[in-house]
Ligand binder design. Structure first.
Ligand SMILES: C[S@@+](CC[C@H](N)C(=O)[O-])C[C@H]1O[C@@H](n2cnc3c(N)ncnc32)[C@H](O)[C@@H]1O
Ligand code: SF4
Ligand code: SF4
Length: 280
């Protein structure tokens, strides 16, 4: 296949209370229902548009220079192309100079390539779902879509990358996964992903666990100061290293299984609270 593996950014980088990377999530509505899906994607999933309030909060949280990365995922981002095109233009109009990544199953290939082509800075790329691109662990995307994406990548090398093959035990998880046995599935160490701004207005600490409502993941909302959200994310990473990982090792559990099934055994990270909440 034409696509190169997606490159990852350094983890845990926070500078002047801004994050190197931020995920944006409008819900888990999807045109597929993968049996391993970490966010429970389905046609009945929830969806809410990005608004100026969400994107202003994103612009206050992520690094705005060329190092910053904003990652749109879901659900399937290509099902709402107009709102996504608007969101990319909004970020660019307001000075976001970093790169943008669209996580997609690629089935709506024309929408995906239109979105990639629309970035005035030409720094929007796609990351494809490994299982759906290859047919290993999920029905493959229609070959007509795959051919369009391969042709686009051949014309614009580097525009479309292949996502990671790893399957983590989160959401529908690893038990129903039917792909190759040799794809990595468990590790005691959390991959330290960057957090998520959801279109319900909340910041969640983990893109894999984004549908897990436990208080351990709640970093704040778009009403809060972005600096507080960044500090809370640092607190979350410290909690992962000092509380979560030792528990995973002691109980010989994969890291994501601890988040999905054992959080009640772990204290909540000591997050800063919004001033309004503290006063009430
Ligand atoms: C949740 S999907 C959303 C975007 C799009 N629908 C897609 O499938 O790429 C984002 C990425 O998460 C990956 N993913 C889904 N479930 C996973 C799991 N249990 N472990 C690891 N990655 C997973 C998908 O393969 C995809 O690359
Ligand atoms: S992995 Fe992506 S394509 Fe599959 S159900 Fe989840 S959101 Fe949809
Ligand atoms: S260990 Fe927890 S925080 Fe880390 S990636 Fe897995 S679910 Fe997310």
């Amino acid at each position: 296949m034409t696509f190169q593996p997606r490159q990852t950014s350094p983890r845990g980088v926070i500078e002047n209370q801004r994050l190197l990377e931020l995920h944006l999530y409008p819900g888990n509505r999807c045109n597929r229902e993968c049996d391993f899906c970490t966010v429970f994607g389905s046609a009945e999933g929830w969806y809410a548009d990005y608004t100026p309030e969400h994107l202003d909060a994103a612009l206050g949280t992520v690094m705005l220079d060329e190092r910053g990365v904003v990652k749109f995922y879901g659900g399937e981002p290509t099902l709402s192309p107009d709102n996504l095109l608007w969101a990319i233009a909004y970020l660019r109009d307001r000075g976001f100079g970093g790169s943008i990544v669209i996580y997609s199953n690629g089935i709506q290939a024309d929408h995906l390539t239109d979105i990639l082509a629309a970035d005035p800075l030409g720094k929007t790329t796609a990351s494809l779902n490994y299982s759906i691109a290859t047919g290993d662990g999920a029905p493959q995307m229609p070959l007509s879509s795959l051919r369009k994406l391969e042709a686009y990548e051949a014309e614009q090398p580097g525009a479309i990358a292949m996502g990671h093959a790893d399957i983590v035990d989160s959401g529908r998880g690893i038990d129903p996964f039917t792909g190759e046995e040799n794809r990595p599935k468990s590790a005691h160490r959390c991959p330290h992903c960057y957090p998520v701004l959801k279109t319900d207005g909340s910041f969640h600490a983990c893109p894999f666990a984004v549908e897990n409502a436990a208080p351990h993941f709640q970093l704040g909302t778009i009403q809060d100061a972005p600096e507080m959200v960044a500090d809370n994310f640092q607190t979350f990473l410290d909690w992962i290293d000092t509380v979560h990982e030792p528990y995973a090792i002691a109980h010989d559990q994969p890291a994501c299984t601890v988040c999905w099934q054992h959080l009640e055994a772990l204290p909540t990270p000591e997050f800063r609270q919004a001033a309004a909440e503290v006063a009430s």
